[in-house]
Design a protein around this ligand. Structure first.
Ligand SMILES: Nc1ncnc2c1ncn2[C@@H]1O[C@H](COP(=O)(O)OP(=O)(O)OP(=O)(O)O)[C@@H](O)[C@H]1O
Ligand SMILES: [Mg+2]
Length: 416
């Protein structure tokens, strides 16, 4: 029996689908990226399906291209969703251990988590992810894994993400229509933050900012656990719009100028040479100085981070993060980290990519545009979700999966 299979992560972005596929090798305990691709999708806007047929067609072309590059079929598919219909919050659950032995079991943990899930959610919404943050045993706080410890009162804080059932069903339908099966759905920020931040950063207090095209996402980790997450419904495409408007050039050219010459902070301006800018009708070009482009970009980037700051200020955790980590396409622009330090008042900001300890592969797969899809694969694999969905496919259970523990339906008990 084969000891490898293909796990795919599908990142549903604002106007595109991105997929990364990796081979899980159960003999060597490695997860190796084999393929990555992305396709534009007109059937999506801000992570919501506007047209099932268009979205299905985009999914088929993407997933078949990825399967072709791997030379194998996808064995398990995990989907990462975004969008302003998603809401995240924290809740508290308790469970009394009335047995004589008082030794806490995974079942007790699950029951405490179940109680924390008992929250009023909007009629047409459903819970997507429940991530236990930390447990308390008899008022002793900050316990990450209480299994085997003794106590009478077990409490848990959980991070819950809910989303519109209709939007989620439409997405699943669009992917499954052509014959693929969605094995799990996550709020994309959750695996991304988990895989990009180091354990030290999670402990010390850190903020992940995912700079996408039409959206930005913010996640805050404190004391090792995810405390806050939120999507903001606009992103780095606004920089493109500003360049297009102020330089009188088509959006496509504006985007190219941004990605090729754009910097967000003056020290990254290597020279003040001129850039050729096509006119709106495409018949001629005019030249502008690189510093002029910087003067367009910098105020917009400052404004984007001001919006992030507003969200963080309202989160209840504004004084906690000391470091920032940027990801997503926008993080590729030189100077982003400098503006972020200045606006958010963080001690240090870096551009991050998915940890090479979690997943290995050619350098090109670690480009920021693939980060969420890559993180989805690594997250699902590390937490044994892959095995959960494919039990029948493998005779041999390996250390890599079993040491990370059991996964309950929709609840990742080691999801800190
Ligand atoms: N080298 C670069 N320099 C500056 N900006 C870049 C660069 N590469 C990509 N971008 C910008 O990053 C944005 C796209 O980021 P990403 O690929 O993470 O988006 P997405 O996941 O599709 O969008 P969203 O997260 O909004 O759904 C676009 O605005 C793009 O122009
Ligand atoms: Mg994205």
């Amino acid at each position: 029996m084969a000891k490898t299979n293909i796990i795919a992560g599908l990142d549903v972005g604002s106007g595109k689908l991105t997929c990364v596929a990796a081979a899980q090798d159960f003999e060597t305990n490695t997860l190796r990226v084999e393929a990555a691709a992305s396709v534009p999708c007109k059937g999506l806007r801000a992570g919501v399906v506007l047209d099932i047929r268009e979205t299905s067609m985009a999914a088929v072309s993407l997933l078949t291209a990825v399967e072709k590059e791997c030379g194998k079929d996808i064995g398990a598919l995990f989907m990462g969703v975004r969008g302003s219909h998603l809401e995240s919050f924290t809740n508290h659950g308790t469970y009394n251990i009335s047995r004589a032995d008082k030794e806490i079991t995974i079942n007790d943990m699950q029951l405490a988590i179940e109680n924390a899930k008992a929250i009023p959610i909007k009629n047409d919404n459903e819970i997507i992810n429940v991530i236990p943050q930390s447990f308390t045993i008899d008022k002793e706080k900050g316990i990450l894994n209480p299994e085997g410890m003794e106590g009478s009162l077990l409490e848990v804080d959980v991070h819950i993400t809910t989303g519109s059932s209709a939007h989620l069903n439409n997405l699943t339908k669009a992917i499954q229509k052509p014959g693929y099966r969605v094995d799990g759905t996550f709020y994309g920020l959750v695996p991304l933050a988990d895989m990009v931040l180091t354990q030290e950063e999670k402990e010390i207090g850190s903020m992940l900012i995912d700079l996408g095209g039409e959206s930005m996402s913010v996640g805050i980790y404190i004391d090792g656990v995810l405390r806050f997450s939120r999507d903001i419904p606009f992103g780095c495409d606004l920089i493109t719009s500003d360049i297009a408007r102020l330089l009188h050039t088509p959006r496509q050219n504006a985007r190219e100028i941004k990605e090729k010459y754009g910097v967000a902070f003056p020290v990254f301006l290597e020279d003040d040479g001129e850039i050729p800018v096509p006119t709106l009708d495409g018949r001629a070009t005019h030249n502008v100085k690189k510093s002029f482009v910087l003067d367009i970009i910098q105020p917009r980037v400052e404004e984007l981070f001001e919006e992030v700051k507003k969200v963080v200020d309202r989160s209840g955790y504004k004084d906690f993060p000391v470091v920032g980590i940027l990801s997503g396409g926008g993080s590729a622009m030189p100077g982003m980290t400098n503006v972020c330090v200045n606006v958010l008042g963080l001690r240090e900001v870096r551009a991050g990519s998915v940890s090479r300890e979690a997943i290995i592969g050619d350098e090109r797969f670690f480009d920021p545009q693939y980060s969420t899809a890559l993180a989805l694969v690594a997250y699902a694999s590390q937490r044994g979700l892959y095995e959960e969905f494919n039990k029948a496919s493998f005779e041999q259970k390996t250390g890599m999966i079993s040491k990370l523990g059991k996964i309950f339906k929709g609840v990742d008990i080691f999801g800190n």
